[in-house]
Design a protein around this ligand. Structure first.
Ligand SMILES: Nc1nc2c(ncn2[C@@H]2O[C@H](COP(=O)(O)OP(=O)(O)O)[C@@H](O)[C@H]2O)c(=O)[nH]1
Ligand SMILES: [Mg+2]
Length: 327
């Protein structure tokens, strides 16, 4: 899309580390899918960053655990951003507002913590695309741990989990929700399962049910299952240890960043190929003269040039990708 001067100023302020510019760019990304092009104006994120999804039923303790995770990750010198994906329900929405205010107070005191909630508008693809773009923006701002809190029940939330490189499923004893997680396929995608409210009875039984359900699955893969009492900060450090281990162990985790780099590499190659083709293209000289004389407008001339050159991109002998060096 075409960016206004104001948008471009925001990008400059973003690059200078202005958090208010970051907040406004998030709003822009959330409201205008087209604006995702602006990510290409920003340098790719530093390696080592990760987007982590935290999912579980309302009331299981996600926000409480997040508080502990934020503090613990900060102690390990990570810069932490939280995206809370709100459900539309006004009742839980109210509860989340409480969380948000509580968390916002933590964030206000520390520049290295950023918290934002997004409303789930029910459009599965739309929301996940927003969360993807915004996570990428946060990584580029320098937040290297982006935590996405979501109630993993609807289509929209499931889609959101696909943008997270690591998925944590939170459960608690005594609710009998396991069957639901199983049906939703959630326990199968989780890299880590946290049994919160381990101060309640029924922890052993729940753990056994989870192991049984996971072992019965086709892949029969049992991720680490940890116990926490998030309200007393118990077990939170072990959750972080496991998360960090998962993040460091999996080379595939950087795929979001690789996607960006592939596109940038492709852009560079395309530009180079276009210039090569243009060098052999006499009608470009004629067009350029016509534009200079005011006989043609530049946009029409550009379109015409692309229409002429693009089909030729593939038809001539191309330089091998490996011969391309970064300038
Ligand atoms: N007993 C107990 N209560 C907890 C624990 N973790 C969170 N809670 C409480 O459970 C309620 C819901 O927690 P919240 O973090 O808002 O859940 P969310 O809806 O998943 O974000 C709050 O009243 C918390 O204080 C825990 O480990 N044990
Ligand atoms: Mg919450």
């Amino acid at each position: 899309m075409a960016f206004s001067n104001d948008d471009l100023k925001l990008v400059e302020r973003f690059k200078a580390g202005d958090r208010r510019a970051l907040a406004r760019l998030i709003t822009l990304l959330d409201n205008h899918p087209d604006s995702r092009d602006l990510l290409e104006r920003l340098a790719p994120p530093a390696p080592g960053g990760a987007v982590i999804g935290i999912t579980g039923a309302p009331g299981v303790g996600k926000s409480t655990l997040l508080g502990g995770l934020i503090a613990g990750l900060r102690r390990r010198n990570h810069r932490v951003a939280v995206l809370a994906v709100d459900p539309e329900s006004p009742i839980t929405g109210g509860a989340l507002l409480g969380d948000r205010l509580r968390m916002a107070r933590v964030a206000a005191a520390d520049e290295d913590i950023f918290i934002r909630s997004l409303s789930s508008r029910g459009v599965a693809g739309g929301l996940s695309a927003s969360v993807h773009a915004i996570s990428q923006l946060l990584l580029r701002f320098g937040y290297d741990r982006v935590l996405v809190e979501t109630i993993g029940v609807g289509q929209a939330e499931m889609a959101v989990l696909r943008v997270a490189e690591v998925v944590v499923l939170m459960v608690m004893p005594g609710t009998g929700d396991e069957v639901q997680w199983e049906k939703a396929g959630l326990i199968e995608v989780a890299h880590l399962i946290v049994i919160n409210k381990a101060d309640h009875p029924g922890v052993e039984r729940l753990e056994q049910e989870l192991i049984d359900a996971l072992s019965a699955g086709q892949e029969s893969r049992v991720p680490p299952i940890l116990r926490t009492v998030a309200s007393r900060d118990e077990g939170v450090d072990a959750v972080i240890d496991n998360l960090e281990e998962i993040v460091s162990r999996r080379p595939g985790l950087n795929w979001l960043q690789m996607r960006t780099e592939i596109l940038q590499e492709a852009e560079m190659l395309l530009g180079r190929r276009l210039r090569e083709l243009a060098d052999q293209d006499e009608s470009l000289d004629d067009l350029a003269r016509a534009v200079a004389l005011g006989q043609r407008d530049i946009y029409g001339a550009t379109e015409e040039t692309l229409r002429r050159l693009l089909p030729r991109l593939d038809s001539q002998d191309r330089p091998a990708v490996r011969s391309v060096t970064r300038q």
